[in-house]
Write a protein that binds this ligand. Structure first.
Ligand code: NDP
Length: 477
């Protein structure tokens, strides 16, 4: 059956080839509303791109739980045997929507689990740590990654200036300059929740938790030269690889693991377990196998399902909670806020974001409210009410979190050791990995003023004299 072309209001269209004109030579009549509608829509086809993580690639899949962590969390999606539909979106951080995929950058690793108790979003990266630990520095850091206001070019000087003045960034910068800073495809990298989150169980006990997603495709990376050759051929290498692999039925998988810390043990670690620039050493907090995620379906419409996908760390479900991590707390606000700006007030009702469980709330009206009232009862448009509207459920209350301390602007650098964990990673690397780390670092420093480089070398010296010496030599070669 041939489908009949219509306007957006459903009226049939007789001619989609010719505009309405006074004669064969024009002019066009103002009353050609079909032409007006077409042009008006074209003008509105773009929405604000994400300030960061603008370039992304995504697919649907399944989370399967094979382990038993029921003693830590009551989350239904994490109980043995549970299967939950999910969406993944991977991304670079700095590049705009048209940027090349194979650029050296941290990769976003954002997951949305459509659980029966609401959407759980895990908005992580392919690295276990981040550049900063205090959200006050977030916009400044991002400014150094984006374009210089005058040249409109990315500025290595700004990046290294900021990093060299922010020793807490060394750990992340080191990973960025290592092999893992340029994964071959999104399927060949790990994902990390990065922040410390919390679990709470049926008995109301809280545990701190780190999330890990270990690639089952194996780690694979490109060197800068290999990536440059690829970008010469295609700027869309990740999109091609992910889409084609899934179309072929070769479904990529990741092992899902957690590290667990009992609530009160957070006071015993010599490092702050809520510091986003630190990992929890595996020797002290071994990985516990929970299950796996598999990506097995490409979206049918990139814009509707990946560009409009809205991930936010604020989306947690009963059994999963937050932690005192300052960066996490800022992201709980700012990610949902970014989506309200980018997509509109009702972004959670868009098909890709819509929970697969019943949704009942009393938020009302606003632009693009296409679901109407969500209380489920026509007279219940406020709360409390006598009309059978939805009510709170004290049974899903999180156990109380004990906090103490003086409200003040505490120096986030004081007493923090920014060098030991990078040193542990440096020790872990073999000679080839170290050589590439030094070379990539030196390459990224091209054109940066010497005083900024010297400040950075002083940090590397504190990680390991070999590290500083390696970068120094690479700068000369
Ligand atoms: P482990 O030897 O137990 O773990 C080392 C970890 O490092 C593994 O998870 C490995 O990932 C990962 N790794 C290996 N090479 C690189 C690289 N070039 N860039 C980033 N990660 C890499 O040691 P510890 O747990 O004691 O940690 C030592 C150091 O390893 C840390 O200071 C940190 O820099 C790094 N690391 C630690 C992680 C953690 O959660 N403990 C996670 C990731 C890195 P894989 O197994 O997937 O190969």
């Amino acid at each position: 059956m041939t489908r009949r072309l219509t306007t957006t209001a459903g009226a049939p269209i007789a001619d989609n080839q010719n505009s309405l004109t006074a004669g064969p030579r024009g002019p066009v009549l103002m009353q050609d509303y079909q032409l007006m509608e077409k042009l008006a829509h074209q003008n509105r086809e773009r929405i604000p791109e994400r300030t960061v993580h603008a370039k992304g690639w995504g697919a649907y899949g399944t989370l399967r739980i094979t382990g038993d962590i029921s003693r830590y969390t009551r989350a239904k999606a994490l109980q043995p045997g549970a299967e939950t539909p999910m969406l993944a979106r991977f991304s670079t951080v700095a590049g705009e929507q048209g940027a090349a995929d194979h650029e050296r950058d941290v990769r976003g690793f954002a997951l949305k689990f459509y659980t029966e108790e609401g959407n759980w979003d895990m908005v992580g990266n392919n690295t276990p740590v981040f550049f900063i630990r205090d959200p006050m520095k977030f916009p400044d850091f991002i400014h150094t990654q984006k374009r210089h206001p005058r040249t409109n070019l990315r500025s290595p000087t700004a990046m290294w200036d900021f990093w060299s003045l922010s020793p807490e960034s060394i750990h992340q910068v080191m990973i960025l300059m290592s092999d893992r800073g340029l994964p071959r495809t999104p399927m060949h990298m790990n994902g990390y929740g990065s922040h410390t989150y919390s679990f709470w169980n049926e008995a109301g006990e809280r545990f701190w938790v780190k999330f890990h997603f270990k690639t089952m495709q194996g780690h694979a990376h490109y060197t800068n030269d290999e990536a440059a050759a690829i970008i010469g051929r295609t700027r869309e290498g990740y999109q091609e690889a992910l889409f084609d692999t899934i179309e072929r039925g070769e479904f990529p998988k990741w092992r899902f693991c957690v590290q667990i810390m009992p609530e009160m043990d957070a006071e015993k670690t010599p490092w702050n377990p809520f510091d986003l620039t630190k990992v929890w050493p595996h020797g002290d907090f071994p990985l516990i196998e929970v299950g796996e995620i598999e990506l097995n379906r490409n979206p049918d419409n990139y814009f509707a399902e990946i560009e409009q996908a809205a991930f936010s760390p604020s989306n947690v479900v009963p059994g999963i909670g937050f932690s005192p991590d300052k960066m996490l707390q800022a992201r709980i606000f700012s990610y949902a806020d970014a989506h309200r700006h980018r997509l509109g007030t009702h972004y959670e009702a868009l098909p890709v974001n819509r929970p697969r469980c019943p949704v009942h709330h009393y938020h009302k009206d606003g632009a693009m409210n296409f679901t109407g009232q969500q209380s489920g009862v026509i007279d219940a448009y406020y709360e409390p009410n006598s009309f059978g509207g939805p009510v709170e459920d004290p049974g899903v209350a999180e156990p109380p979190l004990r906090i103490s301390g003086d409200a003040a602007r505490h120096d986030h650098r004081e007493g923090n050791d920014d060098y030991s964990q990078p040193r542990a990673l440096h020790t872990l690397m073999d000679d080839g990995q170290r050589a590439r780390l030094y070379a990539n670092t030196a390459a990224a420093m091209q054109g940066v003023p010497q005083d900024i480089i010297d400040r950075m070398l002083a940090h590397y010296e504190k990680v390991s004299p070999d590290y500083a010496e390696g970068v120094r030599k690479a700068l000369k070669s």
